[in-house]
Design a binder for this molecule. Structure first.
Ligand SMILES: *Cc1c(COP(=O)(O)O)cnc(C)c1O
Length: 455
């Protein structure tokens, strides 16, 4: 069959409140044209993030009831540990309340002033946790990643030559090498199995462990199956095992590719590191058989890990994004190509060339999508990155709008509705105007800044 259907049926529904354009205009005004200040009940389709927004399955909800809340030695922990180790065979699996807690524990041990941590591209919490210890986070993604139109199959790959050079010149300062799969900050682009293996080989030759930030490991494995020569007939769980078999540890947010609403873990083969990490875990998160989680959360993750490597799910997941991407391109909306595993990124700077970067074309598009159809997306551009530590404004590298797709939440008609909203925005795009910031905090301004449209 040509039609790829949602490989699930709906048992529990959450009603959507349908707002009118007039209502949304006044909600925008009240929110200072910042979509983070809009209440989610006033959003028709929420594409702000794919993190923690997955729909859990009947099996997951069933397992929630089985959750054992014993302080120590809960069977829920052992089911969680077994599920992780079926895919990622690490000796120690340490549960945390989110991915960033795993990062904080890891870098409080291996970070510190003068240290350098290379990756393809660090996610912002990873970078934040590295820099908070005084260490430096270095991004070494391949050059194609910076070219919006380059249709390279693995734009998340690390540049092996630059990694080798860094390790030769400053190896003494490098505690470990990281890889983020898929590369979230780089548009959800995958890393090839060949690149993962070559990264491990280089790291190990220099005596460094490889730690994978595995938040979207299943989407990455699916891209490997679809795009990497020789991988097309292999089961996804086998590809996942291969990805992690050359690594020495991982950090994970279960809010992504584990279908959970909360959770994460740190895993390692290093006994000494694990002992230190568990000591810190007890201080900051909890006892090692629950970390920062309830037993019921560990159960939901264990089931989610079985479901996320299902090929029918992954085919539907990635195809949905491709479908939306193709339709946007046919409307003349420029997007980052190829589309990522968890999101479609629109190139707002090119879509709205009459709005200069310092008048925030990404914010203008995000506001227009909300006004026209109640869609909430996220500006990733000059609002987010355009102010240096010195307080001076400058254009970010790109002005993108991210349409992040929650897992198993929407149907085909939601996708078609999104396209129709874009059609409406395309029709009026020449009339769209930029915005100016009327108030902003000193850091992370995109969350709380207030705007005013430029008339
Ligand atoms: C979300 C994310 C994290 C952080 O995980 P949280 O659960 O949000 O703390 C780290 N790395 C990547 C690649 C992510 O996408």
């Amino acid at each position: 069959m040509k039609t790829i259907i949602e490989p699930f049926r709906i048992k529990v529904v959450e009603p959507i409140r349908i707002t009118t354009v007039e209502e949304r205009r006044s909600l925008l005004e009240r929110a200072g044209w910042n979509l983070f200040a809009i209440h989610s009940e006033d959003v028709i389709i929420d594409l702000l993030t794919d993190s923690g927004t997955s729909a859990m399955s009947a099996d997951q909800w069933g397992a929630v009831m089985r959750g054992d809340e014993s302080y120590a030695g809960s069977p829920s922990y052992y089911r969680f540990e077994t599920a992780v180790r079926e895919l990622m065979q690490f000796r120690h699996v340490i549960p945390t309340h989110q991915g960033r807690a795993a990062e904080a524990i890891l870098f409080s041990i291996v970070g510190g002033p003068g240290r350098i941590v290379p990756s393809n591209t660090h996610f912002d919490t990873t970078r934040g946790n590295i820099e908070a210890t005084g260490a430096r986070a270095v991004d070494l993604v391949v050059r194609e990643a910076h070219d919006i139109d380059a249709r390279h199959p693995f734009k998340g790959n690390i540049d092996l030559a630059r990694l080798e050079q860094l390790l030769e010149e400053s190896g003494d300062s490098v505690p470990l090498v990281m890889l983020t799969v898929t590369n979230n900050a780089g548009g959800g682009q995958p890393v090839s199995l060949a690149n993962i293996r070559a990264t491990a080989e280089i790291a190990h030759r220099h005596g460094k462990p490889l730690v994978i930030d595995g938040c979207r490991f299943a989407e990455n494995a699916w891209f490997i199956k679809c795009r990497e020569p020789g991988q097309e007939s292999r089961p996804v769980p086998d590809i996942v095992r291969d990805m992690f078999s050359v690594a020495d540890g991982m950090t994970m947010s279960a809010k992504k590719d584990a279908f959970a609403n909360i959770g994460g873990w740190l895993a390692t083969n290093d006994d000494k590191l694990a002992a230190e990490a568990r000591n810190r875990l007890i201080l900051t998160e909890g006892f090692p058989t629950y970390g920062g989680l309830a037993g019921r959360d560990l159960e939901a993750i264990a089931i989610g890990l079985h479901e996320i490597v299902d090929e029918q799910y992954l085919r539907y997941r990635v195809r949905t994004n491709e479908y939306i991407g193709e339709k946007l391109l046919s409307l003349g909306v420029p997007i980052v190509q190829p589309v990522g595993g968890h999101a479609v990124f629109v190139d707002a700077r090119r879509f709205l060339p009459h709005i200069p970067p310092l008048e925030y074309p990404g914010q203008s598009l995000a506001v227009a999508l909300y006004e026209a159809g109640g869609i909430r997306a996220c500006e990733i551009g000059t609002v987010m990155f355009g102010r240096g530590p010195d307080g001076v404004e400058k254009a970010a590298d790109m002005d993108l709008v991210r349409l992040a797709m929650p897992r198993r939440v929407s149907t085909q008609s939601h996708a078609d509705y999104m396209i129709e909203v874009f059609e409406e925005v395309v029709r009026g795009k020449d009339e769209l105007r930029g915005l100016r910031i009327v108030s902003q905090p000193p850091q992370l301004r995109h969350f709380t800044a207030r705007f005013q449209p430029i008339s």
